[in-house]
Design a protein around this ligand. Structure first.
Ligand SMILES: Cc1cc2nc3c(=O)[nH]c(=O)nc-3n(C[C@H](O)[C@H](O)[C@H](O)COP(=O)(O)O)c2cc1C
Ligand code: SF4
Length: 433
Protein backbone atom coordinates (compact mmCIF):
# COMPACT_ATOMS: atom_id res chain seq x y z
CA UNK A 1 0.00 0.00 0.00
CA UNK A 2 1.20 3.49 -0.83
CA UNK A 3 2.03 5.30 2.38
CA UNK A 4 0.66 8.75 1.53
CA UNK A 5 -1.55 9.97 -1.32
CA UNK A 6 -2.50 13.31 -2.87
CA UNK A 7 -6.16 13.02 -3.72
CA UNK A 8 -7.51 16.04 -1.88
CA UNK A 9 -4.13 17.65 -1.44
CA UNK A 10 -3.10 17.30 -5.10
CA UNK A 11 -0.98 20.31 -6.14
CA UNK A 12 -0.91 21.64 -2.62
CA UNK A 13 1.56 24.52 -2.45
CA UNK A 14 2.09 24.49 -6.23
CA UNK A 15 -0.42 27.17 -7.19
CA UNK A 16 -1.30 30.58 -5.85
CA UNK A 17 -4.22 29.78 -3.57
CA UNK A 18 -6.52 32.52 -4.88
CA UNK A 19 -5.59 32.24 -8.57
CA UNK A 20 -8.52 30.86 -10.54
CA UNK A 21 -6.36 30.60 -13.68
CA UNK A 22 -3.81 28.43 -11.92
CA UNK A 23 -6.54 26.34 -10.33
CA UNK A 24 -8.11 25.76 -13.75
CA UNK A 25 -4.73 24.60 -15.11
CA UNK A 26 -4.72 21.76 -12.58
CA UNK A 27 -8.27 20.69 -13.47
CA UNK A 28 -10.10 23.07 -11.17
CA UNK A 29 -13.82 23.68 -11.69
CA UNK A 30 -14.14 20.71 -14.06
CA UNK A 31 -16.24 18.98 -11.41
CA UNK A 32 -18.56 21.98 -11.13
CA UNK A 33 -18.93 22.07 -14.91
CA UNK A 34 -19.79 18.37 -14.86
CA UNK A 35 -22.17 18.68 -11.89
CA UNK A 36 -24.33 21.29 -13.63
CA UNK A 37 -24.95 18.83 -16.46
CA UNK A 38 -26.10 16.15 -14.02
CA UNK A 39 -29.34 15.68 -12.10
CA UNK A 40 -28.80 16.55 -8.41
CA UNK A 41 -29.69 12.99 -7.44
CA UNK A 42 -26.98 11.66 -9.77
CA UNK A 43 -24.39 13.78 -8.00
CA UNK A 44 -25.70 12.57 -4.65
CA UNK A 45 -25.47 8.99 -5.90
CA UNK A 46 -21.77 9.46 -6.67
CA UNK A 47 -21.19 10.86 -3.18
CA UNK A 48 -22.96 7.84 -1.73
CA UNK A 49 -20.85 5.49 -3.85
CA UNK A 50 -17.69 7.22 -2.63
CA UNK A 51 -18.50 6.14 0.96
CA UNK A 52 -17.44 9.61 2.06
CA UNK A 53 -18.17 10.20 5.73
CA UNK A 54 -18.02 13.65 7.30
CA UNK A 55 -14.46 14.61 8.19
CA UNK A 56 -15.44 16.96 11.03
CA UNK A 57 -15.52 14.24 13.67
CA UNK A 58 -18.92 12.59 13.72
CA UNK A 59 -18.32 10.65 10.45
CA UNK A 60 -21.92 10.93 9.27
CA UNK A 61 -22.29 9.61 5.67
CA UNK A 62 -22.14 12.68 3.42
CA UNK A 63 -24.25 11.24 0.59
CA UNK A 64 -27.09 10.53 3.00
CA UNK A 65 -26.79 13.98 4.56
CA UNK A 66 -27.01 15.63 1.14
CA UNK A 67 -29.92 13.42 0.11
CA UNK A 68 -31.83 14.34 3.27
CA UNK A 69 -31.11 18.02 2.62
CA UNK A 70 -32.27 17.65 -0.99
CA UNK A 71 -35.66 16.27 0.06
CA UNK A 72 -36.39 18.96 2.68
CA UNK A 73 -39.26 20.89 1.18
CA UNK A 74 -38.48 24.38 2.48
CA UNK A 75 -36.50 27.22 0.92
CA UNK A 76 -34.10 28.95 0.94
CA UNK A 77 -31.55 26.40 2.05
CA UNK A 78 -28.19 27.49 3.43
CA UNK A 79 -24.76 25.90 3.27
CA UNK A 80 -22.24 26.32 6.08
CA UNK A 81 -18.66 25.13 5.92
CA UNK A 82 -17.35 24.34 9.37
CA UNK A 83 -13.82 25.70 9.45
CA UNK A 84 -13.76 26.27 13.19
CA UNK A 85 -11.03 23.64 13.62
CA UNK A 86 -10.99 24.04 17.39
CA UNK A 87 -9.99 20.54 18.43
CA UNK A 88 -6.52 20.67 20.00
CA UNK A 89 -4.01 18.89 17.77
CA UNK A 90 -6.07 19.44 14.64
CA UNK A 91 -4.64 21.62 11.89
CA UNK A 92 -5.58 19.82 8.67
CA UNK A 93 -8.39 22.12 7.48
CA UNK A 94 -5.87 24.96 7.55
CA UNK A 95 -3.94 23.25 4.76
CA UNK A 96 -7.00 23.42 2.49
CA UNK A 97 -7.98 26.93 3.58
CA UNK A 98 -4.48 28.30 3.01
CA UNK A 99 -3.36 26.37 -0.06
CA UNK A 100 -6.44 25.06 -1.88
CA UNK A 101 -9.38 27.32 -0.95
CA UNK A 102 -10.78 27.10 -4.48
CA UNK A 103 -11.22 23.34 -4.08
CA UNK A 104 -13.34 24.01 -1.00
CA UNK A 105 -15.29 26.74 -2.82
CA UNK A 106 -15.91 24.36 -5.73
CA UNK A 107 -17.19 21.63 -3.37
CA UNK A 108 -19.53 24.09 -1.64
CA UNK A 109 -20.80 25.43 -4.96
CA UNK A 110 -21.64 21.90 -6.13
CA UNK A 111 -23.61 21.40 -2.89
CA UNK A 112 -25.34 24.74 -3.42
CA UNK A 113 -26.26 23.85 -6.99
CA UNK A 114 -27.85 20.60 -5.85
CA UNK A 115 -29.83 22.28 -3.08
CA UNK A 116 -30.55 25.48 -5.05
CA UNK A 117 -28.99 27.38 -2.18
CA UNK A 118 -28.45 31.11 -2.69
CA UNK A 119 -26.04 31.64 0.17
CA UNK A 120 -23.27 29.93 2.05
CA UNK A 121 -20.83 30.74 4.84
CA UNK A 122 -17.33 29.62 5.65
CA UNK A 123 -17.03 29.91 9.41
CA UNK A 124 -13.30 30.15 10.09
CA UNK A 125 -11.83 30.12 13.56
CA UNK A 126 -10.74 33.54 14.83
CA UNK A 127 -7.19 32.27 15.38
CA UNK A 128 -6.77 31.86 11.60
CA UNK A 129 -6.85 35.51 10.38
CA UNK A 130 -4.49 34.71 7.50
CA UNK A 131 -6.75 31.87 6.33
CA UNK A 132 -9.72 34.25 6.46
CA UNK A 133 -7.84 36.68 4.23
CA UNK A 134 -6.80 34.00 1.72
CA UNK A 135 -10.29 32.46 1.51
CA UNK A 136 -11.93 35.89 1.11
CA UNK A 137 -9.57 36.69 -1.74
CA UNK A 138 -10.27 33.32 -3.42
CA UNK A 139 -14.03 34.00 -3.15
CA UNK A 140 -13.61 37.38 -4.87
CA UNK A 141 -11.49 35.87 -7.65
CA UNK A 142 -13.97 33.02 -8.23
CA UNK A 143 -16.79 35.57 -8.47
CA UNK A 144 -14.83 37.65 -10.98
CA UNK A 145 -14.32 34.60 -13.18
CA UNK A 146 -17.97 33.49 -13.09
CA UNK A 147 -17.53 30.36 -10.96
CA UNK A 148 -19.30 31.90 -7.98
CA UNK A 149 -21.72 34.76 -7.35
CA UNK A 150 -24.39 35.73 -9.87
CA UNK A 151 -25.33 33.55 -12.86
CA UNK A 152 -22.63 30.91 -12.33
CA UNK A 153 -21.29 29.64 -15.68
CA UNK A 154 -24.31 31.18 -17.41
CA UNK A 155 -26.73 28.77 -15.75
CA UNK A 156 -28.85 31.48 -14.16
CA UNK A 157 -27.98 29.97 -10.78
CA UNK A 158 -26.48 32.33 -8.20
CA UNK A 159 -24.61 31.40 -5.04
CA UNK A 160 -22.73 33.77 -2.74
CA UNK A 161 -20.27 32.83 -0.01
CA UNK A 162 -19.43 34.97 3.01
CA UNK A 163 -16.56 34.40 5.42
CA UNK A 164 -17.49 34.51 9.10
CA UNK A 165 -14.96 34.66 11.90
CA UNK A 166 -15.18 32.62 15.08
CA UNK A 167 -14.15 34.22 18.34
CA UNK A 168 -12.19 31.44 20.00
CA UNK A 169 -14.85 29.19 21.55
CA UNK A 170 -14.36 25.46 20.96
CA UNK A 171 -18.08 24.74 21.37
CA UNK A 172 -18.86 26.87 18.29
CA UNK A 173 -17.62 23.95 16.18
CA UNK A 174 -20.67 21.93 17.27
CA UNK A 175 -23.03 22.32 14.34
CA UNK A 176 -26.01 23.93 16.12
CA UNK A 177 -23.74 26.27 18.13
CA UNK A 178 -22.06 27.11 14.81
CA UNK A 179 -25.43 28.11 13.40
CA UNK A 180 -26.25 30.23 16.49
CA UNK A 181 -22.88 31.94 16.23
CA UNK A 182 -23.34 32.48 12.47
CA UNK A 183 -26.58 34.28 13.28
CA UNK A 184 -24.59 36.60 15.53
CA UNK A 185 -25.79 35.05 18.78
CA UNK A 186 -23.75 33.59 21.61
CA UNK A 187 -22.48 30.21 20.40
CA UNK A 188 -24.36 27.65 22.47
CA UNK A 189 -25.75 24.31 21.25
CA UNK A 190 -29.46 24.20 20.44
CA UNK A 191 -32.02 21.70 21.63
CA UNK A 192 -32.61 19.10 18.90
CA UNK A 193 -35.02 18.41 17.29
CA UNK A 194 -35.58 20.42 15.23
CA UNK A 195 -32.36 19.41 13.49
CA UNK A 196 -30.48 22.02 11.57
CA UNK A 197 -31.09 20.17 8.33
CA UNK A 198 -34.74 21.27 8.79
CA UNK A 199 -34.35 24.41 10.85
CA UNK A 200 -30.86 25.86 10.92
CA UNK A 201 -29.62 29.29 9.89
CA UNK A 202 -32.50 31.79 10.41
CA UNK A 203 -34.82 28.80 10.92
CA UNK A 204 -34.22 27.53 7.39
CA UNK A 205 -32.80 24.17 6.23
CA UNK A 206 -29.02 24.21 6.55
CA UNK A 207 -26.32 21.84 5.38
CA UNK A 208 -23.19 21.89 7.54
CA UNK A 209 -20.06 20.12 6.39
CA UNK A 210 -16.42 20.20 7.35
CA UNK A 211 -13.75 21.81 5.13
CA UNK A 212 -12.15 18.47 4.23
CA UNK A 213 -15.55 16.95 3.43
CA UNK A 214 -16.33 19.68 0.90
CA UNK A 215 -12.79 19.45 -0.50
CA UNK A 216 -13.34 15.74 -1.32
CA UNK A 217 -16.38 16.51 -3.47
CA UNK A 218 -14.67 17.84 -6.66
CA UNK A 219 -12.58 14.66 -6.95
CA UNK A 220 -15.62 12.45 -6.41
CA UNK A 221 -17.73 14.27 -9.00
CA UNK A 222 -14.91 14.40 -11.54
CA UNK A 223 -13.51 10.88 -11.14
CA UNK A 224 -16.56 9.03 -9.83
CA UNK A 225 -17.50 7.82 -6.38
CA UNK A 226 -16.20 4.30 -6.91
CA UNK A 227 -12.69 5.47 -7.73
CA UNK A 228 -12.57 7.57 -4.56
CA UNK A 229 -13.96 4.70 -2.47
CA UNK A 230 -11.34 2.38 -3.94
CA UNK A 231 -8.54 4.17 -2.10
CA UNK A 232 -9.96 3.23 1.28
CA UNK A 233 -11.33 0.17 3.04
CA UNK A 234 -14.61 -1.63 2.50
CA UNK A 235 -16.31 0.65 5.03
CA UNK A 236 -14.36 3.92 4.86
CA UNK A 237 -13.96 5.43 1.43
CA UNK A 238 -11.04 7.48 0.18
CA UNK A 239 -8.29 9.14 2.09
CA UNK A 240 -8.03 11.04 5.36
CA UNK A 241 -5.99 14.05 6.31
CA UNK A 242 -4.35 13.24 9.62
CA UNK A 243 -2.45 15.59 11.90
CA UNK A 244 0.51 13.83 13.42
CA UNK A 245 1.93 15.63 16.44
CA UNK A 246 3.67 15.15 19.78
CA UNK A 247 6.78 13.05 20.40
CA UNK A 248 7.34 11.94 16.83
CA UNK A 249 10.09 12.93 14.42
CA UNK A 250 8.11 14.06 11.36
CA UNK A 251 5.13 16.00 12.64
CA UNK A 252 2.66 17.38 10.13
CA UNK A 253 -0.45 16.85 8.03
CA UNK A 254 -0.49 13.69 5.88
CA UNK A 255 -3.09 12.39 3.47
CA UNK A 256 -3.31 8.64 4.00
CA UNK A 257 -5.61 6.01 2.53
CA UNK A 258 -8.07 4.53 5.01
CA UNK A 259 -6.64 1.17 6.03
CA UNK A 260 -3.24 2.57 7.02
CA UNK A 261 -2.34 1.31 10.49
CA UNK A 262 -1.39 3.65 13.30
CA UNK A 263 1.99 1.90 13.45
CA UNK A 264 2.65 2.63 9.76
CA UNK A 265 1.62 6.22 10.28
CA UNK A 266 3.83 6.80 13.31
CA UNK A 267 6.91 4.79 12.30
CA UNK A 268 6.97 4.71 8.49
CA UNK A 269 5.46 8.10 7.72
CA UNK A 270 6.23 9.90 10.96
CA UNK A 271 9.77 8.47 11.28
CA UNK A 272 9.15 7.09 14.76
CA UNK A 273 9.98 8.65 18.08
CA UNK A 274 13.10 10.68 18.91
CA UNK A 275 16.15 8.53 19.77
CA UNK A 276 16.00 6.83 23.12
CA UNK A 277 12.28 7.47 23.65
CA UNK A 278 9.61 4.81 24.07
CA UNK A 279 6.00 5.25 23.02
CA UNK A 280 3.67 5.42 26.01
CA UNK A 281 0.31 6.05 24.40
CA UNK A 282 -1.39 7.66 21.42
CA UNK A 283 -4.39 9.95 21.63
CA UNK A 284 -6.78 9.72 18.69
CA UNK A 285 -8.96 12.57 17.53
CA UNK A 286 -7.72 15.39 19.73
CA UNK A 287 -8.35 16.21 23.37
CA UNK A 288 -11.84 14.72 23.21
CA UNK A 289 -10.47 11.40 21.97
CA UNK A 290 -9.35 8.15 23.58
CA UNK A 291 -5.77 7.30 24.58
CA UNK A 292 -4.54 3.87 23.58
CA UNK A 293 -1.40 1.90 24.45
CA UNK A 294 1.38 0.73 22.11
CA UNK A 295 -0.12 -2.74 21.90
CA UNK A 296 -3.07 -1.34 19.89
CA UNK A 297 -1.07 0.37 17.14
CA UNK A 298 -1.83 -2.27 14.51
CA UNK A 299 -5.40 -1.05 14.34
CA UNK A 300 -6.34 0.40 10.96
CA UNK A 301 -7.46 3.95 10.37
CA UNK A 302 -11.01 2.97 9.38
CA UNK A 303 -14.21 4.21 11.02
CA UNK A 304 -15.62 0.68 11.32
CA UNK A 305 -12.45 -1.00 12.68
CA UNK A 306 -12.05 1.74 15.25
CA UNK A 307 -15.73 1.60 16.24
CA UNK A 308 -15.51 -2.15 16.86
CA UNK A 309 -12.80 -1.39 19.45
CA UNK A 310 -14.88 1.42 20.98
CA UNK A 311 -12.61 4.07 19.46
CA UNK A 312 -13.11 7.08 17.21
CA UNK A 313 -10.88 8.95 14.81
CA UNK A 314 -12.57 12.31 15.44
CA UNK A 315 -11.21 14.99 13.17
CA UNK A 316 -7.97 13.09 12.48
CA UNK A 317 -5.59 14.33 15.18
CA UNK A 318 -3.04 11.72 16.24
CA UNK A 319 -0.91 12.69 19.21
CA UNK A 320 2.10 10.57 20.12
CA UNK A 321 3.12 10.66 23.78
CA UNK A 322 6.40 9.14 24.96
CA UNK A 323 7.48 7.71 28.31
CA UNK A 324 9.00 10.97 29.55
CA UNK A 325 5.44 12.24 30.09
CA UNK A 326 3.28 11.78 33.15
CA UNK A 327 -0.26 10.63 32.50
CA UNK A 328 -1.70 12.80 35.23
CA UNK A 329 0.19 15.87 34.07
CA UNK A 330 -1.16 15.21 30.56
CA UNK A 331 -4.70 14.89 31.92
CA UNK A 332 -4.35 18.16 33.78
CA UNK A 333 -3.89 20.03 30.46
CA UNK A 334 -6.91 18.29 28.95
CA UNK A 335 -9.09 18.88 31.99
CA UNK A 336 -8.17 22.57 32.13
CA UNK A 337 -9.06 22.88 28.45
CA UNK A 338 -12.56 21.43 28.89
CA UNK A 339 -13.16 23.30 32.14
CA UNK A 340 -12.35 26.51 30.27
CA UNK A 341 -14.36 25.64 27.14
CA UNK A 342 -17.57 24.32 28.77
CA UNK A 343 -20.27 26.81 27.79
CA UNK A 344 -22.05 26.27 31.10
CA UNK A 345 -25.48 25.54 29.62
CA UNK A 346 -25.89 22.10 31.19
CA UNK A 347 -25.05 20.83 34.66
CA UNK A 348 -23.23 17.56 33.84
CA UNK A 349 -20.62 19.40 31.79
CA UNK A 350 -20.38 22.62 33.79
CA UNK A 351 -20.10 20.90 37.18
CA UNK A 352 -18.51 17.70 35.89
CA UNK A 353 -15.51 19.48 34.42
CA UNK A 354 -15.09 21.45 37.63
CA UNK A 355 -15.11 18.21 39.65
CA UNK A 356 -12.71 16.50 37.25
CA UNK A 357 -10.26 19.38 37.53
CA UNK A 358 -10.36 19.27 41.34
CA UNK A 359 -9.83 15.49 41.29
CA UNK A 360 -6.94 15.57 38.82
CA UNK A 361 -5.30 18.28 40.91
CA UNK A 362 -5.46 15.95 43.93
CA UNK A 363 -3.46 13.36 41.96
CA UNK A 364 -0.97 16.07 41.02
CA UNK A 365 -0.43 17.36 44.54
CA UNK A 366 -0.34 13.97 46.24
CA UNK A 367 -3.62 14.10 48.18
CA UNK A 368 -5.66 11.69 46.02
CA UNK A 369 -7.27 8.56 47.43
CA UNK A 370 -8.66 5.35 45.90
CA UNK A 371 -12.07 6.93 46.35
CA UNK A 372 -11.02 9.82 44.10
CA UNK A 373 -10.07 7.37 41.38
CA UNK A 374 -13.54 5.83 41.55
CA UNK A 375 -15.11 9.29 41.54
CA UNK A 376 -13.29 10.22 38.30
CA UNK A 377 -14.77 7.09 36.71
CA UNK A 378 -18.28 7.92 37.98
CA UNK A 379 -18.21 11.60 37.04
CA UNK A 380 -16.76 10.77 33.61
CA UNK A 381 -19.46 8.20 32.94
CA UNK A 382 -22.24 10.58 34.01
CA UNK A 383 -20.86 13.28 31.69
CA UNK A 384 -20.69 10.83 28.82
CA UNK A 385 -24.31 9.83 29.30
CA UNK A 386 -25.96 13.06 30.43
CA UNK A 387 -24.18 16.06 28.90
CA UNK A 388 -26.19 18.13 26.46
CA UNK A 389 -23.69 18.16 23.59
CA UNK A 390 -20.60 16.44 22.29
CA UNK A 391 -18.26 18.67 24.26
CA UNK A 392 -19.44 17.42 27.64
CA UNK A 393 -20.04 13.89 26.35
CA UNK A 394 -16.39 13.51 25.36
CA UNK A 395 -14.61 15.70 27.93
CA UNK A 396 -13.76 12.66 30.09
CA UNK A 397 -12.86 10.29 27.24
CA UNK A 398 -9.12 10.72 27.88
CA UNK A 399 -9.60 10.17 31.64
CA UNK A 400 -11.66 7.01 31.21
CA UNK A 401 -9.36 5.51 28.58
CA UNK A 402 -6.19 6.30 30.54
CA UNK A 403 -7.68 4.72 33.64
CA UNK A 404 -8.64 1.68 31.54
CA UNK A 405 -5.13 1.16 30.17
CA UNK A 406 -2.86 2.78 32.79
CA UNK A 407 -4.70 2.49 36.11
CA UNK A 408 -1.45 1.50 37.86
CA UNK A 409 -0.05 5.00 37.28
CA UNK A 410 -3.05 6.56 39.02
CA UNK A 411 -2.43 4.18 41.93
CA UNK A 412 1.25 5.19 41.97
CA UNK A 413 0.18 8.82 42.32
CA UNK A 414 -2.08 7.89 45.22
CA UNK A 415 1.14 6.50 46.76
CA UNK A 416 2.93 9.76 45.88
CA UNK A 417 5.05 8.29 43.11
CA UNK A 418 5.37 9.67 39.60
CA UNK A 419 7.35 7.44 37.27
CA UNK A 420 8.08 10.36 34.93
CA UNK A 421 9.34 12.39 37.92
CA UNK A 422 7.20 15.36 36.95
CA UNK A 423 4.86 15.56 39.93
CA UNK A 424 6.81 16.49 43.06
CA UNK A 425 3.74 16.30 45.32
CA UNK A 426 4.82 19.47 47.04
CA UNK A 427 2.35 21.75 45.32
CA UNK A 428 -0.62 23.56 46.83
CA UNK A 429 -4.13 22.14 46.94
CA UNK A 430 -4.95 23.45 43.43
CA UNK A 431 -2.19 21.34 41.98
CA UNK A 432 0.08 24.31 41.15
CA UNK A 433 3.71 23.32 41.11
C1 LIG B 1 -17.66 20.48 20.74
C2 LIG B 1 -17.65 20.17 19.28
C3 LIG B 1 -16.75 20.82 18.45
C4 LIG B 1 -16.75 20.54 17.08
N1 LIG B 1 -15.83 21.20 16.31
C5 LIG B 1 -15.84 20.98 14.97
C6 LIG B 1 -14.94 21.69 14.12
O1 LIG B 1 -14.13 22.50 14.57
N2 LIG B 1 -15.00 21.43 12.79
C7 LIG B 1 -15.90 20.53 12.25
O2 LIG B 1 -15.95 20.35 11.04
N3 LIG B 1 -16.75 19.83 13.03
C8 LIG B 1 -16.74 20.04 14.37
N4 LIG B 1 -17.64 19.37 15.15
C9 LIG B 1 -18.58 18.44 14.50
C10 LIG B 1 -19.79 19.21 13.95
O3 LIG B 1 -20.78 19.28 14.97
C11 LIG B 1 -20.43 18.52 12.74
O4 LIG B 1 -20.63 17.16 13.02
C12 LIG B 1 -19.59 18.64 11.48
O5 LIG B 1 -19.20 19.96 11.20
C13 LIG B 1 -20.42 18.11 10.30
O6 LIG B 1 -19.65 18.09 9.13
P1 LIG B 1 -19.19 16.73 8.47
O7 LIG B 1 -20.40 15.87 8.33
O8 LIG B 1 -18.61 17.13 7.17
O9 LIG B 1 -18.16 16.13 9.39
C14 LIG B 1 -17.65 19.59 16.54
C15 LIG B 1 -18.56 18.94 17.38
C16 LIG B 1 -18.55 19.21 18.73
C17 LIG B 1 -19.51 18.48 19.61
S1 SF4 C 1 -22.14 19.79 27.23
FE1 SF4 C 1 -20.89 21.55 27.91
S2 SF4 C 1 -20.58 22.75 26.07
FE2 SF4 C 1 -22.29 21.34 25.65
S3 SF4 C 1 -24.15 22.48 26.21
FE3 SF4 C 1 -23.50 21.38 28.05
S4 SF4 C 1 -22.23 22.90 29.15
FE4 SF4 C 1 -22.39 23.61 27.05
Amino acid sequence: MQKTLNIITENVGQIRPDSVDEYIKIGGFEALKKAITMHPLEVIEEIKKSKLQGRGGAAYPTGIKWEQAYYVDKNPKYIICNADEGEPGTFKDKVILDYLPLRLIEGMTIAAYILKSPKGFIYIRGEYPESQRIVSSAIKEAEKMGYLGDDILGTGFSFHIEVLSGAGAYVCGENSALVESSEGKSGRPRIKPPFIKNSGYLGMPTLVNNVETFACVPYIVKEGGEKFAGYGTEFSGGTKLVCLSGNVKNRGVYEVPFGTTLRELIYDIGGGLPEGRKLKFVQLGGSSGPCIPESMLDIKICYKDLKVKGLTLGSGAILVVDDSNCIIDFLKCITEFFYHESCGKCTPCREGNKQLLALVNKFINGSATYNDLETIKKVGQIMKEAAFCGLGETAATAHLSLIKYFEEEFVEHINKKCRANICNFGGDKDGKR
